[in-house]
Design a protein around this ligand. Sequence first.
Ligand code: C2E
Ligand code: MG
Ligand code: MG
Ligand code: MG
Length: 292
Amino acid sequence: SAKQKGRNTWEWYNGEGQRDVTEFVLLRHDLHAAIQSEQFELHYQPIVDAVSGTVRSVEALVRWPHPKRGQLSPGIFIPLAEQTGQIIDLGRWVLRQACQDAADLLENDGWVLPVAVNISSLQFRREGFLQEVCDILAETGLPAELLELEVTESVLMQGAKQAISLIASLRKLGVRVALDDFGTGFSSLSYLRDLPINKVKLDRSFIRDMVFDRNCAAIVQGIITMAHHMGLVVVAEGVEEIEQQQDLVRRHCDYLQGFHFSRPVPLHELKRLPDRLPYGAEEVHERLLTGV
Ligand code: C2E
Ligand code: MG
Ligand code: MG
Ligand code: MG
């Protein structure tokens, strides 16, 4: 499987040989050009309050409208960019653009909307990252409190100590840090004790299975309860159905994100979304109150 092979082989993408090496070289070349000419776009996906459906923040997700291949999924080009080191430049562009957009929303639309940005481990562990964040906040004028960084457990792999102290420094600036794809990594739960994060994001795979898998539901409930006892808030990602929302509200999950509410959308569409979504949240609340 991909995990066994590690992420540093091109085979990871489609499990084939020579042809993929050529593919790799081509795509790497395209990626370089795309970074130089800023061909990327950011889409934003709302994260809503589980009970009221009020939009509380957004996650920035990078998109690459490739001139010949159409939209390429970040699931393909992010691992490639990580492998080649191009993620450093791409990641900086994403961070700056997301901060700029959030700062513009604040200034022009009076919209106080925290933005979450995915940070690759390579980018996070690189010397100078903290300074980069400071510089971008200063340049764009975005209050640090409106920036959240999403990292995965893999930031702990090479030196948990450094990761912990970097997160602490970010927190001192006012920047929040969320642990993404929580529950899928290999780390033990004990590291959570020392990690000064604000939030955990339950991986989509749990949300997909919890409705029919009792063990999975038990894990979700356990994580929510544990996180709350640690003073962390919990986001569920990949909420596609009203049943999942209902289940998660019942389990006191704080925030929800998923196609049930909204797909990731370009900024101009985000501006047109109502500040309460969906489409069902109120109804869920009603049903809970009346016990139907
Ligand atoms: P992620 O950070 O866990 O982001 C959530 C992914 O789940 C997004 O996929 C989003 O479109 C998708 N998603 C949201 N709601 C639903 C749902 O209800 N159902 C389903 N099936 N999917 C849903 P996307 O945009 O394709 O991104 C995939 C991954 O690529 C992200 O996972 C993240 O790890 C990475 N990525 C995306 N943008 C960036 C970026 O700017 N920098 C870095 N380093 N990584 C990024
Ligand atoms: Mg994320
Ligand atoms: Mg995630
Ligand atoms: Mg995920």
